[in-house]
Design a protein around this ligand. Structure first.
Ligand code: PHE
Ligand code: NA
Length: 446
């Protein structure tokens, strides 16, 4: 059977943007920004997105389109070495780690979605979240979220992933714009914008090193780089077109949604007098935003709309996580897509249920473990692109573009010489912090 492919550019870009835009933007980003000094964090984060994230994303695109394989086969075939294939297995691990906590959060969102029409969490948002976040309810809704994810991936690249994401992404963009306009009229909105966007050096609580570390982790997570998702998606690109342009577009869309998310979430949080805006961790989106909706006119409807948008964004990311592992089984293990989806689904059913019952496991996976896996993965991919693919990477970079190889050479220098030491540095600092003293709070947040 011929390899599956996207119908065209829009399908690929929206699927990749769908992967990027997710809980990282709607939840992790606004809070990381708030906790790490507002716009100071924003600047460092944007710098790392530009200097590390986008070139890294391009490295994955180049590897994927060049090989027409998912990560294990891609690294093995392009290098002619089985050892590189083993390195590619890191992406399989990444997919499983990601799904094991992400689908628990996806489950929380579905729980809030179905609870919104009746306002079930309005009376006591804190207690409600406490009751459903870990335990049987969390496990049940994780299974539901996983089933929705599996249902999309089951349908295939075109009829499942592409069809779903091309419907979902425009809805997410438009709904967020609509919500941001609506909340701009709430009392407390201007206070919220000040809190979110002011460049307040005094408010920087974390050290600069912590900010860099947090910003680096967030930059990789939000762009979905380091997991092999983008290698896998680019392997379904059948034609020549500009990969640098597509990577830029994905990064721009992702950043825009991140900024929009803050413009929605913060005014909501500031609309309730006395709400604790400094609250962080898994509860803040659910407790703080839920409390805001409980006091607003048409709060139930608005809450339903809000959680529906978050659910769509989360789903378009989780399908990209599942697809990494499914593509591996299809490419390398001769499984049918359907068998693979059922098999991986069964595994995540178990691992996700474990994290839905164990807050410590959940927080480890969602924080330090995923940061470590993505950083290590991206390190391998950029080194591979620059030093193993080398000239072929340059060819692939310029294929379908108007560029001469000058820009491609600069990119290769960046991914080959500048980015690996930076990633190695953040890995080291992260390991020291883990072994050393206290775990910084950003690692425990989502
Ligand atoms: N980028 C996604 C988000 O922001 C998360 C993700 C990470 C998806 C890695 C796939 C791979 O929510
Ligand atoms: Na993102």
């Amino acid at each position: 059977m011929a390899r599956e492919s996207w119908t065209g550019r829009i399908g690929f870009v929206l699927a990749a943007a769908g992967s990027a835009v997710g809980l990282g933007n709607l939840w992790r980003f606004p809070w990381m920004t708030a906790e790490n000094g507002g716009s100071a964090f924003l600047l460092v984060y944007l710098g790392i997105v530009l200097a590390v994230g986008v070139p890294g994303l391009l490295a994955e695109f180049v590897i994927g389109r060049r090989s027409q394989k998912s990560p294990v086969g891609a690294l093995r075939d392009l290098s002619g070495s089985r050892n590189w294939g083993h390195v590619g297995l890191l992406s399989v691990v990444a997919g499983l780690v990601l799904l094991s906590f992400y689908s628990v959060v996806g489950g929380w969102i579905l729980r809030y979605l179905v609870a919104s029409p009746t306002g079930a969490y309005f009376d006591n948002p804190g207690a409600y979240f406490g009751a459903i976040s870990f335990g049987p309810t969390a496990a049940a809704f994780h299974v539901l979220f996983l089933a929705l994810t599996a249902g999309v991936v089951y349908g295939g690249v075109r009829d499942g992933i592409e069809r779903a994401t091309t419907v979902m992404m425009p809805i997410v963009f438009l709904a967020l714009i609509g919500l941001s306009v609506w909340v701009s009229g709430l009392s407390g909105a201007s206070e919220a914008y000040t809190f979110y966007l002011s460049f307040d050096l005094d408010a920087i609580q974390a050290s600069f090193l912590d900010i860099v570390l947090a910003a680096a982790g967030q930059a990789l997570f939000t762009l979905s780089v380091g997991a092999g998702t983008m290698i896998t998606y680019a392997s379904y690109v059948a034609e020549d077109r500009s990969l640098p342009a597509d990577a830029t577009l994905v990064a721009v869309l992702n950043t825009a949604v991140g900024v929009l998310a803050g413009l929605v979430v913060f005014p909501l949080l500031f609309s309730t007098p006395g709400a604790d805006v400094e609250t962080s961790g898994p509860g803040a989106l659910f407790v703080g935003v839920a409390r805001a909706f409980s006091e607003l006119p048409v709060g139930r409807l608005a809450a339903f709309g809000f959680f529906a948008v978050v659910a769509l964004a989360a789903l378009s990311s989780s399908i990209s996580m599942l697809e990494i592992v499914v593509a591996y089984l299809v490419d390398e293990r001769d499984r049918s897509r359907q068998e693979a989806v059922v098999g991986v689904g069964a595994v995540v059913l178990v691992t996700g249920t474990a994290s839905a019952f164990t807050p410590e496991l959940f927080e480890a996976l969602a924080g330090p473990v995923v940061d470590f896996v993505l950083t290590t993965g991206l390190f391998a991919f950029v080194v591979f692109a620059a030093w193993v693919l080398g000239g072929d990477a340059i060819d692939e970079f310029v294929r379908g573009t108007q560029f001469s190889s000058g820009l491609a050479d600069a990119w290769r220098l960046l991914v080959g010489v500048v980015i690996p030491p930076f990633l190695a540095f953040t890995l080291l600092v992260g390991v020291f912090e883990l072994l050393g003293v206290t775990l910084p709070s950003w690692q425990l947040g989502l």
